[in-house]
Design a protein around this ligand. Structure first.
Ligand code: ADP
Ligand code: MG
Length: 726
C-alpha cells in the first residue's frame, strides 16, 4: 500500500456511476415477502388443520408436534426448491453480536440418485458444533455440543445470492443442558414474561378481551458508506470498523448541509437495491435519508412484533453490508468510524400491542383507556428507575463508548423524557390537583378524567434524551448502530414485566378495601412519587444535568466496563430468575462474554494502531524528514538562508520522536495487558485504563504528522477523501 495506491483509488472513484439492479421490479406488494415462507405459502401448501396449528405455534410460540413438523418441512422445502434453493441453514444469533449459519444441502442419496429432502427433524433441531462460539464459561469443551431449535415465531426466508439460494430457518441456540447460548432465547423468554404480566394486569383492570400481549419494535438504523477502493487502503477500518488515525478535515459536518440533503445518485441506487432485497425478505423498510454526518445515512422499517423485528434488523444489517459491495461501497455499522464526526446509533422504538389490535402506549380516548395508559407509564417509569443500570449494560460495548455522552448521543445516564404535557399530568396527579396546578374541587383522577390530547408532532421531541416517549411508544436512543437489538429488548421486556407484576400485586392487595379505581389511583400516584426522579425533559447534553442527576442519585456508568460490571448485581439476578429469562449461571456467562468482547475489541484496535503507526505512518514521516533535511543541506551549501525552514524541520523531527515514544509506550502497556492475569472484569479494566489512553496519545501525534507530511507521500486515505468522495 502506498500513496500511489491512494491516488489510484481516487481516480477510480471519479469514473464510477450508479449501478443498476438486475431484474428490478417496482411492484412492491407483489415483491414484498416473496422470499418468506409466510401465511400465503403455508395456506397454499398445508392442509387446513396443519395450517391452523402452525399459525397458532407461530403466534404464541408453542411447540410443534413431530407429525406436523414433517408436513411443514416438506412444504417449506418444496417452496424453497421452487425458488431455487439448494441448501438450508439454521440461522441463529450466538453471543458474538452477529448471526451464524451452517449450510446443508437438501440433497440426499436414494438408490444412487439424488433427491431433495428436508425432514421435520432437520427443521426443528440442528446440532452445530458449539465449541467455537462464546459461552462465557457455561460450557466445558468436553460437552461442547449445542443445538439449534426452530423458532416458529419468526418466519423462514430464502436468501438469494448470485449463484444460488439458501433457505434460512430462524432458530434459538442452546447447550445440551438447556442453557441459552444465544441472544434469541432470552428474548423469547422475556416476551413470554411480559405477555403473562400484561394480560394479568389487564384482566385486573377489567379487560376481558385481550388474550395476548407482545412487545413491538421499530429500529431506525444509521450507517456510513465509504467507497470500497478507499476502504481497502485503510487497514484500521478493515480490522476494527473504525479509523484509528485521521486528522480533522477542513470541512466536516459544520455546514449542517448533509442531514435530509439530496441523496447522491450512487448512494440512492444502493439504497434502492437494499430496499428491494429487504422487501423480498419481508422486512418492511419505509424511510431512507441522509444523516447528520457526511456520508452517513439512515434506514427505518415499519415496526413489527419484537421477536421478528430483532431478526429483521439482523437481516437488515447483513443486506446493508452485502449490497454495498455490489455498488463499490463498504457499509460501516460501527458506532464511531470517524473521530470528530457524529457516530451512528440505532433508535429502538418500543411499545406493547395486544391481539385485539391495540397499542397499550396509545393515550386513550375514554377514561378506562386513560387509566390503562397511565398505569403503563407508571410501570415504565418504575422499571427504568429501578433498573437503569441494567438497561445501561445492554448498550455497553467498546464502540458505543465513543458516542454515549459525547454531545451527539444521549448521555450514559438513563432518564425518561415524557414531554411537557404528560409530565404536567404526572405532576398534577402527584399533587392531587387539576392540570396547571390550581386545586380544584374536581381534581384529576385516573379512570375519571379524560386526558387532554397529547401532541404527537415532532416539534417538542428531545433528541438528547436516552429514553423518550414519542406519542405512542418509547424510543430507547442510546443503542449502538452495530448492536444486535435482542439484548436491549430482552431487558426492556423483563423490567417492564416486573413492574406490571408489581402493580398487579399492589392492586390486588388494595382493591378489596378500596375498590378498583381508587386502588389503581393510589398505586399509580405512589409510583409517580417514588420514581419521579427518573423524569427529565431538559438538555441531556448539558453539564448541569450531570450534576442534577448525581443529586437525584441516578447512576452514571460512564463506560462499558463500569456498566457491564453491574450486570450480575443481586437485584438483577433475582429479576432474571424470577421471570425465567436468565439463570444466575447464564447471566454470569453473559457478563463474562461482554467483558471479553470489550477486551478483544480494544486489543485488536491496539494491535492495528501499532502496526499502522510502525509500518505506515512512521516510515512516511521519516521519508519526508529525509527529503526536507536533504533539501535544506543543499540549500545551505548553496549559501541560502533557511533558518525558518530549519525550525520547521526541528519541529517535525521532535514530533517524529514523539511518535516513536508513543509507539513504545503503547507496545509496553500492550504487553502488560496481554500478560495480565485476572478475571475478565480486571482484564477489561486494564484495557480501558492503559491501552485506550495510550492509543489516544499515539493518535494525537500521528494526526499532527498527517498535516505536515507531503500529501503525495501519505499512505492512508484522508478524512476529506473518505467522507466526501463517492
Ligand atoms: P422518527 O423518530 O425518525 O421521527 P417515526 O416516529 O416515524 O420516526 O418512527 C420511528 C420508528 O418507530 C419507525 O420504525 C416506526 O415504525 C416505529 N414505531 C412507530 N410506532 C411504533 C410502535 N407502536 N411500536 C414500536 N415502534 C413503533
Ligand atoms: Mg427516532
Amino acid at each position: 500500500m502506498s500513496a500511489a495506491a491512494r491516488a489510484a483509488a481516487i481516480q477510480l472513484i471519479a469514473t464510477k456511476s450508479p449501478i443498476a439492479t438486475e431484474n428490478r421490479s417496482s411492484n412492491v406488494p407483489q415483491m414484498f415477502g416473496a422470499n418468506v415462507f409466510g401465511a400465503d405459502q403455508m395456506r397454499a401448501r398445508l392442509s387446513e388443520s396443519a395450517f391452523r396449528a402452525l399459525r397458532s405455534c407461530m403466534e404464541h410460540g408453542q411447540e410443534l408436534d413431530p407429525g406436523l413438523a414433517d408436513q411443514v418441512a416438506t412444504a417449506m422445502k418444496e417452496w424453497a426448491v421452487e425458488r431455487g434453493a439448494t441448501h438450508f441453514t439454521h440461522w441463529f444469533q450466538p453471543m458474538t453480536g452477529s448471526t451464524a449459519e451452517k449450510h446443508d444441502s437438501f440433497a440426499s442419496l436414494e438408490g444412487g440418485k439424488v433427491i431433495m429432502e428436508f425432514s421435520g427433524r432437520a427443521l426443528v433441531k440442528g446440532e452445530p458444533d458449539a465449541s467455537s462460539f462464546p459461552s462465557g464459561g457455561l460450557r466445558a469443551t468436553f460437552e461442547a455440543r449445542g443445538y439449534t431449535a426452530w423458532d416458529p415465531t419468526s418466519p423462514a426466508f430464502i436468501r438469494e445470492t448470485r449463484n444460488g439460494a439458501t433457505l434460512c430457518v430462524p432458530t434459538a441456540f442452546c447447550s445440551w443442558t438447556g442453557e441459552a447460548l444465544d441472544e434469541k432465547t432470552p428474548l423469547l423468554r422475556s416476551s413470554e414474561a411480559l405477555h403473562r404480566a400484561a394480560v394479568r394486569l389487564l384482566r385486573l383492570l377489567g379487560d376481558t378481551k385481550v388474550t395476548f400481549v407482545y412487545p413491538t419494535l421499530g429500529c431506525e438504523q444509521e450507517y456510513f458508506l465509504i467507497d470500497r477502493s478507499l476502504y481497502l487502503l485503510r487497514p484500521d477500518l478493515i480490522a476494527t470498523g473504525r479509523t484509528l488515525f485521521g486528522a480533522k478535515p477542513p470541512k466536516g459536518q459544520e455546514l449542517e448541509d448533509h442531514y435530509f440533503g439530496s441523496i447522491q445518485p450512487r448512494v440512492l441506487a444502493y439504497m434502492q437495491e437494499v430496499e428491494l432485497e429487504l422487501w423480498k425478505l419481508g422486512v418492511p423498510v419505509k424511510t431512507r435519508h441522509n444523516e447528520v454526518a457526511p456520508s452517513q445515512y439512515e434506514l427505518a422499517p415499519i415496526f413489527e412484533r419484537t421477536t421478528v423485528a430483532v431478526d429483521h434488523n439482523m437481516i437488515c444489517m447483513e443486506v446493508l453490508k452485502h449490497v454495498a459491495l455490489r455498488h463499490g461501497f463498504q457499509c460501516l455499522l460501527h458506532e464511531k468510524p470517524y473521530q470528530g464526526i457524529n457516530g451512528s446509533g440505532k433508535h429502538n422504538n418500543w411499545s406493547l400491542s395486544t391481539d385485539t389490535g391495540e397499542n397499550l402506549l396509545e393515550p386513550g380516548k375514554s377514561p378506562e383507556e386513560n387509566m390503562r395508559f397511565m398505569v403503563m407509564i407508571a410501570a415504565i417509569m418504575r422499571a427504568v428507575d429501578l433498573h437503569a443500570d441494567l438497561l445501561r449494560v445492554t448498550i455497553a460495548h467498546a464502540g458505543n463508548d465513543h458516542r454515549l455522552g459525547a454531545n451527539e448521543a444521549p448521555p450514559a445516564i438513563l432518564s425518561i423524557y415524557l414531554g411537557e404535557q404528560l409530565t404536567e399530568i404526572v405532576d398534577a396527579l402527584i399533587a392531587g390537583t387539576a392540570r396547571g396546578g390550581e386545586r380544584k374541587k374536581d381534581t384529576m383522577r385516573l379512570g375519571v378524567s379524560v386526558l387532554p390530547q397529547l401532541p404527537r408532532d415532532a416539534t417538542d421531541r428531545n433528541r438528547t434524551s436516552p429514553f423518550a416517549f414519542t406519542g405512542n411508544k418509547f424510543e430507547f436512543r442510546a443503542v449502538g448502530s452495530s448492536q444486535a437489538t435482542a439484548k436491549p429488548n430482552t431487558v426492556l421486556n423483563t423490567i417492564v414485566a416486573e413492574s406490571l407484576a408489581h402493580i398487579a400485586d399492589e392492586i390486588e392487595r388494595l382493591q378489596g378495601a378500596k375498590g378498583l379505581e381508587a386502588a389503581v389511583n393510589e398505586v399509580v400516584v405512589e409510583l409517580f412519587k417514588k420514581h419521579k426522579r427518573i423524569l427529565f425533559n431538559g438538555n441531556g447534553y448539558s453539564a448541569e444535568w450531570h450534576l442534577e442527576a448525581e443529586k437525584r442519585g441516578l447512576p452514571n456508568l460512564r463506560n462499558a466496563v463500569d456498566a457491564i460490571g453491574t450486570f450480575c448485581a443481586p437485584k438483577s439476578i433475582a429479576l432474571f430468575e424470577k421471570f425465567g429469562v436468565l439463570s444466575a449461571k447464564e447471566a454470569e456467562s453473559r457478563m463474562n462474554i461482554m467483558f471479553e468482547a470489550y477486551s478483544k475489541a480494544i486489543a485488536i484496535e491496539g494491535q492495528s494502531a501499532l502496526s499502522l503507526a510502525r509500518t505506515m505512518i512512521l516510515p512516511a514521516a521519516q521519508k519526508w524528514q529525509l527529503t526536507v533535511a536533504q533539501s535544506l543541506l543543499l540549500a545551505k551549501q548553496a549559501g541560502m538562508d533557511v533558518k525558518i525552514q530549519e525550525r520547521r524541520l526541528r519541529d517535525m523531527a521532535a514530533r517524529i520522536e514523539g511518535l516513536v515514544v508513543a509507539i513504545d509506550e503503547l507496545t509496553g502497556v500492550f504487553e502488560h495487558a496481554e500478560q495480565h492475569a485476572g478475571s475478565p472484569h480486571e482484564h477489561a479494566r486494564v484495557y480501558r485504563d492503559r491501552v485506550v489512553p495510550a492509543m489516544a496519545k499515539l493518535r494525537e501525534v500521528a494526526d499532527v504528522l498527517e498535516t505536515m507530511v507531503d500529501d503525495a507521500e501519505w499512505p492512508l486515505p484522508k478524512y476529506r477523501e473518505i467522507l466526501f468522495m463517492q
